[in-house]
Design a protein around this ligand. Sequence first.
Ligand SMILES: Cc1ncc(COP(=O)(O)O)c(C=O)c1O
Length: 477
Amino acid sequence: MDTEGFRQWSHRAADWAADYRAGLRERPVRSPLRPGEIAARIAQVPPEQGEPFERIFADFEAIVPPGMTHWQHPRFFAYFPSNAAPPAVIAEQLAAAMSAQGMLWQTSPAMTELEQCMVDWLRQAVGLPADFSGVLQDTASTTTLCAVLTMRETALAWSGNRDGLVAHPQVRIYTSTHAHSSVEKACWIAGIGADNLVRIPTRAGDPRMGIDPQALEAAIATDRRAGLLPAGIVGCVGATSVGASDPLRELGEIARRQDLYLHVDAAWAGSAMICPEFRELWEGIETADSIVFNPHKWLGVPMECSAHFVRDPATLVRTLAIQPEYLKTHGRDGIVNFSEWSVQLGRRFRALKLWFLIRAYGLDGLRARIRDHVAWAAELADTIAAEPDFELASAPVLSLFSFRYRPPDLSSPEALDALNQQLLDAVNDEGTTYLTTTRLDGRLVIRFQIGPFDTTREDVDCAWQAVARIARTLESA
Ligand SMILES: Cc1ncc(COP(=O)(O)O)c(C=O)c1O
C-alpha cells in the first residue's frame, strides 16, 4: 500500500469507526453466532499474492462485526466494561502508525516520559500520595504477577530468581475468598503454587464482604510456626463477583507488623476513585506497597492499559530488571527504562491514549460519567428491590449490584438457579442487553454493572424492561 492508499483507507476506516459507534444501539449486544461460523468464512490457507484492499475491507465489513460482542454498546452491562472513548481511539491509531517499542528510555524518550507524566496524572486523579510512582502495564493480571513476584523476591532476599524455589521454605500469599482468579494464576506462574495462596474468609456480617483481619493474622502466625514463609497480602477493592472490598487500613497495619508486602487489586473500582466521594471504598490505600487499576475498564482507554503504582520502585525493579549487554544504557543515569518494571521487554505506547483521553474530557468529564453510572445503578437496584417477583442479591458497590428473579410460587434453590439461568440466556439471546451471572453464597445471581461510556439512563431502563418482559414470558410458558 502506498502513501495515498494508506491515506485513503485510513479515512475510510475512520468513517467506518464513527458509523459503527453511531449505530451500536441497533445491534444485538452479544454476538448471536455459533462456534465455528466465523472460522468457516476465513480462507484456510494464507494467500501467496497480495489481494486488493477493497476486497479485504469488504470481507472485514461482512465477516467481523456480526461476530463481535459489542463492548462499546450502551446496553453492555456484563462483566466489567472495556471502554474505548473516541479521543483515546485516535491516540491508538497514531501510536500504531509509529509502532515504536518503548523498552528503554532511548528507544523512544517520548514514550517513557509521557508514561511517567501520565502515571503521575492518574496518581493525582485518584488521590494517592506523591510518594507513589508507577508504570503502565498491559493488564491487571500481569500487574498482579509483577507484585507477587516482588513479594516472593523480597521475602527470599532476592535469591528466588537465581536459585529457583526448591531450596527455600514455601512462600505463602494471603488473599480474600473474593479475590480475582488472576491472583491464583500469578501464584502458579511465580512458582508459588495455588496451594500456597491462602484464602482468608470474609468478616462475619460485614456488608462490604471484606477479609477478616483476625483470621488473616491467625493464618500468618500458623504458617510461621509451621516453618512456612509468609511473603505478602493481596487485598481487593470492588472484586469482580459482587464488589467485595477489603479493610485496607487493617491490612496495611498487618502488613507492616508482619513485614509483608501489600498489593491491592482495584482493577475495576480504581477508576471511580477520581471522584473523591467514592474514595472511602479504598480508605487506607496509602498503606499499600503496590496498587493496580485498569483505565482500560471504566475510564475510557481502549485495551490494554493498566496503571501499576508502587511506593518503592526499587523492589519492583530489583525483581524484574535483567540487563544483558545489549540492553545496557551506559552513562544515562537518572533515566527510567520501563522494561525493567514489567514482565515484557517490548512495550506499546499506552500513555498516548491516556494523554488524549484526560485532556479531551478533563477529569470532570470523566467523573460525570462515573457518577451517572453509580446513580443509575442505585436507582435500578431500588426499582428491582421493590418488584414482587425479583430480589436484590447484593447491594450496589459503585455501579455493580446483583439480583434474582424469584416468583413467589418457586422456593427450591436449584429450581430458582435454573430459572435465573434460563432468564439470563433468553435475555442475552434477545440482544437488547447483555448480562452475566455469578454465584453468591452458592446461589446463581445475575450481575448488573453500568460502565459503558455512551450509556444513558434510558439505556439502563430499556435493559431492565427487557429483563422484566422476558421474565413474564417464562412465567406464562
Ligand atoms: C478485580 C479484578 N482483578 C483483575 C482482573 C483482571 O484484569 P485484566 O483483564 O486486566 O487482567 C479483573 C478483570 O475483570 C478484575 O475484575
